[in-house]
Design a protein around this ligand. Structure first.
Ligand SMILES: Nc1ncnc2c1ncn2[C@@H]1O[C@H](COP(=O)(O)OP(=O)(O)O)[C@@H](O)[C@H]1O
Ligand SMILES: Cc1cn([C@H]2C[C@H](O)[C@@H](COP(=O)(O)O)O2)c(=O)[nH]c1=O
Length: 216
């Protein structure tokens, strides 16, 4: 029986790599698949992994009907046994419902990959619907780490190394990007340090501050 599986984790924990591996493994066994994404950092209609792999994909837009898209392709004779859906946090709730319908009515496996929460620790609409509808939620095995060494569970948005808590929910970007001159970056943190707004740069600055030097 086909399944809707949500593979989730923080940024930079290997989701896109796993998405590309899943596609490779299923395709290698002769199954027909479609790879979807939305707003990948590398540009339109591509799934990219920090390990250097990338693959063409179908870009999901606001108006994309995933149920209709699969139906159209099957009617045209294309084999569709599974879907890989990257950056699924950016899909709408309606698009996730279309994915569930594809699983139930067309017996097509759907493997969705995405972060659950935004920089303010709130669920993205697509992730919320996936948590509500998935047959299984699988947290990625590779743990991204906070600067303190604890498991990173939260995504922080940073400007100049400092965590920000105001702004649009969706700003496409990368971990460490602001350290490399970008306007906005991201950093994965444990909950404690996300709560405290203590990024790696803030921790470094505090360690260098005379306030924390031991007194004789
Ligand atoms: N130079 C490297 N050597 C080994 N592994 C790396 C390297 N760069 C990135 N990675 C791995 O790739 C992971 C990020 O993979 P990616 O699929 O891009 O993540 P996600 O899609 O979850 O943001 C990192 O957690 C790390 O394990
Ligand atoms: C936390 C957070 C992230 N984003 C964006 C930043 C990246 O473009 C993607 C996540 O990609 P990854 O492959 O998991 O690294 O999401 C965002 O728009 N808003 C946020 O709050």
């Amino acid at each position: 029986m086909a399944e809707l599986v949500f593979f989730s984790g923080t940024m930079d924990c290997g989701k896109s790599t796993l998405a590309l591996q899943m596609d490779h493994n299923h395709a290698a066994r002769g199954r027909g698949g479609l790879v979807f994404t939305r707003d990948d950092r590398a540009g339109e209609a591509v799934v990219s992994s920090r390990l250097g792999l990338r693959r063409r994909a179908v870009e999901v837009a606001d108006g994309t009907d995933l149920w209709a898209e699969v139906g159209r392709r099957r009617t045209a004779g294309e084999r569709v046994d599974y879907l890989v859906c990257d950056e699924a946090q950016f899909y709408s709730a309606a698009q996730v419902e279309q994915l569930a319908r594809v699983v139930d009515e067309l017996d097509v496996d759907v493997f969705a990959f995405g972060i659950t929460t935004d920089f303010r620790t709130r669920l993205f609409p697509g992730s919320q619907r996936l948590l509500e509808l998935a047959d299984r939620v699988q947290v990625l095995q590779v743990e991204a780490l906070c600067w303190c060494g604890a498991r990173a569970t939260h995504n922080a948005r940073t400007v100049g190394g400092a965590m920000v808590v105001e702004g649009e929910q969706v700003v496409v970007g990368d971990v460490g990007a602001d350290a490399q001159g970008g306007d906005v970056g991201y950093e994965v943190l444990c909950r404690r340090h996300h709560r405290q707004g203590r990024t790696a740069a803030a921790a470094r600055a505090a360690a260098l501050s005379p306030d924390v030097l031991p007194f004789g």
